[in-house]
Design a protein around this ligand. Structure first.
Ligand code: HSE
Length: 312
């Protein structure tokens, strides 16, 4: 029997402009590393250590996203074996719109399930990771958790029943993502949203969503470009992100296949074609913040199709 498992759970970009709360994709980097280890001196699940959080995350199981997710999973299987320690290594910013709490929840549930033999599918684990993330932002949605868990681009028909589908990832589709170092908590970014959507916007947004999905299936980059548009959420959240429209217009001028807010922000993503294209667009987007003296993290690359995985 193994006595410890280390996993990498990737960051994710939720919403993808046209699918608020129902679309998301996994990034190659950054992500969290989580270790689950048996501790025969106790019979409890414990958080043994957290690094990279500057002391900001709760250490008790019930209030920690990763701890809560793992605990819910263990309860569901009536686990009564030796104690389990979790080591959480935060390797991505919080409040960034990159699915930080989702990555921790996914990493913890997956690491614990692998430690116990790995007989559960990723679909079996999904509800526990979503419950963990709900602990952080108060809402039950899987658009960060599902991509971090499964990889690729996911579509969620219904968040309550977690009816999740895997969409195709066109060969050349890449992403540029920048994270200006300003913190926006998802809970707050959700609280500013109007509770209703005008009918005309619903019609426009539904058209974009359907067209984006067709674009993925047909590898039609022009169609993807025409569809990565958000007339509902972006106009409400953009004002919280300084220089958002300057960054978006640079990305568009440089030929990005659409640019919008990543999750609840402040990160901004752009779809690109090819890794070189993504890298140069990400750098130019990041330069806008550099010029205004705002620190920024810059990421670019392919879409991670593997999701959470065991690492050495
Ligand atoms: N769909 C969620 C939101 C994602 O935009 O509030 C949070 O990262």
């Amino acid at each position: 029997m193994i006595d410890s498992v280390k996993v990498f759970a990737p960051a994710s970009v939720a919403n993808l402009a046209c699918g608020f709360d129902i679309l998301g994709l996994a990034m190659e980097a950054p992500g969290d590393e989580i270790i689950a280890r048996f501790n025969s001196e106790t019979h409890q699940l414990r958080i043994a250590s957290i690094t990279g959080d500057e002391g900001r995350l709760p250490r008790d199981i019930e209030s920690n996203t990763a701890g809560f997710a793992a605990q819910q999973f263990l309860k569901s299987i009536n686990y009564s074996g030796p104690g389990i320690d979790l080591e959480i290594h935060k390797k991505m910013p919080f409040g960034s719109g990159l699915g930080s709490s989702a990555a921790s929840a996914v990493g913890a549930v997956f690491a614990v399930s692998q430690l116990l033999g790995g007989q559960w599918s990723k679909h079996d684990l999904l509800p526990f990771a979503v419950q963990g993330e709900q602990q952080a932002d108060g809402a039950y949605h899987a658009d960060n958790v599902a991509p971090s868990l499964f990889g690729g681009i996911v579509l969620i028909r219904d968040n309550q029943s977690l009816d999740v589908m895997h969409l195709p990832v066109p060969e050349d589709l890449t992403i540029a993502v920048i994270h200006p170092q300003i913190e926006i908590l998802t809970k707050e970014a959700r609280s500013i949203l109007a509770p209703t959507v005008p009918l005309k916007d619903l019609i426009i947004q539904s058209g974009h969503l359907g067209s984006f999905i067709v674009g993925l299936y047909t590898e039609d980059y022009e169609r993807i470009h025409r569809s990565v548009i958000d007339v509902v959420i972006e106009p409400q959240r953009a004002r919280q992100i300084p220089h958002f429209f300057t960054v978006k217009s640079i990305a568009e001028k440089l030929g990005a296949l659409g640019c919008s807010i990543s999750g609840s922000g402040p990160s901004i993503f752009a779809f690109c074609r090819g890794e070189t294209h993504a890298q140069s667009i990400a750098e130019r987007m990041g330069d806008i913040y550099g010029a205004h003296g705002i620190a920024v993290d810059v990421f670019s690359g392919k879409i991670n199709t593997q999701g959470v995985q065991i690492i050495p």
